[in-house]
Design a protein around this ligand. Sequence first.
Ligand code: PMP
Length: 440
Amino acid sequence: MQTNTYAMDESYALYEQSKETLCGGVASNLRSAMKPVPLFLESGSGARVFDVDGNEYIDYILGYGPLILGHSHSELLEALSHRLAAGQQFGMQHRGEIELSRRLVQLVPNADKVAFSGSGTEAVMLAIRLARAYTGRSKVIRFEGHYHGWSDVIYTAFPMNAEVSASDMTALAGTNGQSAHALEDIIVVPWNDKDRLEAVLKKSGNEIAAIISEPVLCNSGCLHPLPGYLEWIRERTRDLGIVFILDEVITGFRVSPGGAQERLGIQADLVTMGKAIAGGFPLSAVAGRREIMDLISQGVVNHMGTLNGNVLSISAGILTLDILNRDEGAAYRHMEKMTERLVRGLKALLAGHGVAHTINSFGPVFHVMFTDQPEVRHFSEFLKRDAAGYSLFVEEALRHGVVLRPSGLWYVSAAHTEKDIDETLERLKIVVQRLFPHRA
Ligand code: PMP
């Protein structure tokens, strides 16, 4: 079947130029995975982006998650241009910091106090440091397939196949150059498996400073916790004096005003947030119980950063949360509705062409997997998906005007309209017909 696909000549040319002076030609390693070429963008508006070749795309990467209001939200732009005219960075205090920290204390369950940083990675580093200082212990339990940023204190390699996943896992370096000492303090356990975690807790419970978990495993298949699993971790950590950290860098402010804690009815000791909090400006936060957070107030735990509390980011945070929460959370209802429409359409489209798939969602974030497993609930099952087949789908989608992450994770913003969703499905119909013609 002959269809028109996008030409990306200028992106190819710029990528070659970029590689001469910018490491890998991209600013974050993951971005080099985009096929056929890492796209160079000119602009974005609402749910759409425009590349240097003049192509227009419907965007489900959304800046890797932060663009919960879409690109260039008019109110955000106007407020921030006024703000910018009065200075962009003080390195001193301003009222906005008080205002945003109050908003967070109101919105986020169990948040007595707040600390701001610039990225999710930094927020996780701070949360782990707080947990170590609070408990006087050094080891941290994390789960396989979860992602908590790229710092030495928590980054590990992802197992690449189900056999490795099933075996006992010591923390493997996520990269050359990672401190071996840092890795010695990390214990990796399969998620959603009480027995395996209980075995570690029995053996080393009194050495563990923190257990860190994504509330729903958005980074690997949008896997939900099995009923009672997080509640059980909550109880066991309380019993053993371990700090329970929920990493809400993806889910915070995205799945509900109070994040996954509110949606799942669970309360951690510390929560890390980033991405959606400031609608695309660099900002992250740690929030949690007073007695832990106060270690910063007391000067017992150091927390620094030149750009912490940056005026533009904080202003963007206040306005983003205001827009999300106005009209009794209309933006949240809209995102859910658009996501349902999209997921329903995708399922029908894939099923209609005999493409075996499973889609797991959590509010306006979902994961599409090509697999014949009707349910994917464990990371070992996630590893069995047809990742290569899905990559081809993502590449073909790009050539037809839909930007997706090769990992399978999709974000929907408050700017996505029914028209965007329906047009996405029309474009993907051509993609599916091209890739799976014999199955129609
Ligand atoms: N935690 C989670 C759950 C994440 O998904 C990410 C980023 N994808 C991070 C932490 C790290 O955030 P950042 O990229 O802003 O450093």
